[in-house]
Design a protein around this ligand. Sequence first.
Ligand code: NAI
Ligand code: MG
Length: 323
Amino acid sequence: MRIAVVEGDGIGHEVIPVAKRALEVLRPDFEFYSVDVGFGKWQRCGEAITSQDMEDLSSADAILFGAITTPPDPGYRSVIVQIRKTLDLYANLRPVFGKGFDIIIVRENTEGLYSGVEKIEEDSACTVRCITRRGSERIARCACRLVKKRRELTIGHKANVLKADAFFRDICIAEARKAGVPFRECYIDALCLDVLQHPERYDVILTENMFGDIISDVAAFLVGGLGVLPSGNIGDQHALFEPVHGSAPDIAGKNVANPIAALRSAGMLLSYSARDPVSAQRIEEAIGRVLAQGIRTRDLGGNATTTEFGDHVIRELESMNRA
Ligand code: NAI
Ligand code: MG
């Protein structure tokens, strides 16, 4: 497999090398090449992502992605949103698991308020929340397929206020009935609280784009923060795996970022793109062993650096290889 590696900006330069090393240890047959995109590139070259970069990403079998800084400049289009749209990575899968709960958030990744239909005028601004039948059907089918391997679907929405959400909900319910999977629905605001109070009640949570973005950061509270949450951005032709977190400029360059989210993203790459759940499980096992020794980065209350934590995980993986 050919893997495109995008460190991006900020802590992407620190956590992605750890995740890449893990892949190299587990799969010496993989071929890696880097693609330089992001805010740093924009500052250097005036362009955050070129059409050649997009081609390089598009020709990969899978993409390992760090994070990209989005400056508050109205002329700058979010790079990750452009990549998700261009490669049609419509399903954003965000697993959140811990003691007594195992949730996967399935977020529609190309539509809603992130469709890019907006205008700013002198005294008003407007962003349109586009939701299509095709977009809703395919994300609902993806969530239903996951439910079949698991238990139950929860559809999170705000259909009581937003017509676009009533549309989305109705399509999701129709797909769940067609697939014969058990489902319930919940208003997204109530769901954000309930998932924190009763995480064990949830299995597959399906939402449109922005609500999924928000509830996955909310759910990060259950597991000690953003430093541990991976995600997959999956389409019919392409797949990109990245931590849920961003470039964390507040800690960038300090070697304190938690590489677990990036390592788990590499794990998702192994299970979804390489169909190698055994290697994916090894990453999880190695992380567990290192945490069990009390080694953790600052965000989890420890004092290990990014590289120290990474070195321990790599050592565990190497010892599993030898075993
Ligand atoms: P962020 O996720 O980068 O950081 C939020 C907080 O979590 C910060 O205090 C940070 O230090 C902490 N944090 C994040 N990852 C961590 C890790 N691995 N270990 C320890 N602590 C960690 O979100 P923020 O600050 O809202 O955004 C920063 C930049 O990242 C912005 O420019 C934003 O647009 C961009 N961003 C990019 C994303 C992407 O490329 N997919 C996703 C989210 C944000
Ligand atoms: Mg987010």
